[in-house]
Design a binder for this molecule. Structure first.
Ligand code: ZN
Length: 369
């Protein structure tokens, strides 16, 4: 079946399940901790139209109306692989952000939208390859901080960004980016992350950069086994020693990798709907997603959107689908979020500044600065 046709079929299924108003409202009131969401993948569609117009960027549609009405941004993309469809749109979203004011705006709006879905603790990823060459380090981190503070003036939400050091940028750039974080210690950033092709750019290239971060108390998370086989989880855990893992979708398929994950109790930032709509991991339905197994086996997890607006769903759709199709209960959701908050990277001083509601998700933030 044609790639976009299959994605659309799945999206319509998600939307049909996700529109249960009573259940959405009940889930909305649960205090949530979201630890894995890419800022560029979470920009409001209407804001993208505004920014594109202001910055003379062509829309990937014949009109603003067509752009706004598309089921998701992947329908407006092109390519033979899901990765291509996604990457084009992701890059396009960043291409609309041309100033620090634009960056501040998308941070503020993202947190506003998150708050209205019950998020009280948000750690969102900013792509290093998108911002590091575009703006001076101090300026873009200040813009992110301003967006966070503006949101916090209206909403009790703890928030900070994770700087993504892409595998594709190579080890020297990764090391340089880690160094910038260590030297600057900007309040807007709470850790580093890494995504990209694990096979083409293996963990061994980045051991030093992660060691450098660890020695300087910068926590880290690494995307693993989303596209690559489950075995890659083993080298990631051993060589990079991240505090958390993103996706770890195929980890379940490797007995050895899964045993190590369980034994070490590493937190998995799970992104069920994004995986299902992204046609990865061989999933044919939401029920097949390993998040249920991870939860039953006591692996600490969080429920995340990854790139909600590119894929066309929101955080509440994620929860409603897990409730209806993967046997999770409201009490499970409360327990998952409470535990997830204890794996957050935001330092306790920042958590306290953000207000009590954020702190009330978990007992105490385990990391001290
Ligand atoms: Zn991700």
């Amino acid at each position: 079946m044609h790639l976009q046709t299959e994605i659309l079929k799945r999206l319509l299924h998600v939307k049909a399940i996700g529109c249960d108003a009573d259940l959405r409202e009940e889930i909305r009131t649960i205090p949530k901790c979201e630890l894995h969401v890419h800022l560029a993948g979470a920009v409001r569609r209407s804001t993208l139209v505004d920014l594109a117009r202001k910055n003379n960027v062509s829309l990937p549609a014949s009109s603003a109306q067509d752009f706004l009405q598309a089921p998701n941004l992947l329908m407006l993309s092109s390519g033979n692989e899901i990765w291509e469809l996604f990457h084009r749109m992701y890059q396009w979203c960043w291409s609309c952000v041309r100033s620090c004011d634009d960056l501040e705006r998308i941070v503020f709006e993202f947190l506003e939208d998150s708050y209205h879905q019950g998020v009280r603790h948000s750690e969102f990823t900013v792509s290093g390859s998108a911002v590091m060459h575009k703006f001076p380090f101090d300026e873009w981190t200040d813009a992110v901080a301003l967006g966070i503070h503006r949101a916090q003036a209206s909403y009790p939400i703890a928030a900070a960004a994770i700087l993504d050091i892409s595998r594709r940028s190579g080890p020297a750039q990764a090391h340089a980016n880690v160094d910038k974080v260590i030297q600057g210690r900007p309040s807007a950033l709470c850790g580093i992350g890494m995504g990209g092709d694990e096979v083409k750019y293996p963990d061994s290239l980045f051991t030093e950069a992660f060691q450098h971060a660890r020695k300087n108390a910068i926590p880290s998370t690494v995307h693993v086994a989303e596209f690559a086989p489950g075995e890659t989880t083993i080298t990631t855990i051993e060589m990079l020693q991240p505090n958390r893992l993103g996706h770890a979708l195929n980890t379940i398929k490797s007995t050895q990798a899964y045993a190590i994950l369980k034994e070490k109790g590493i937190h998995v930032e799970s992104c069920p709907l994004c995986n299902y709509l992204g046609l990865v991991g061989g999933l044919t339905c939401i029920e097949e997603h390993p998040i249920s197994k991870y939860y039953m086996d006591g692996i600490p997890i969080s429920i995340n959107t990854d790139d909600p607006h590119i894929f066309g769903f929101d955080l509440l759709d994620n929860y409603v689908c897990l409730f209806k199709e993967a046997h999770f209960t409201i009490e499970d959701f409360r327990a998952i979020n409470k535990r997830a908050a204890t794996f957050g990277f935001i330092p306790s001083s920042e958590m306290a500044r953000a207000g009590q509601p954020a702190l009330s998700i978990g007992e105490a933030n385990t990391r001290q600065t």
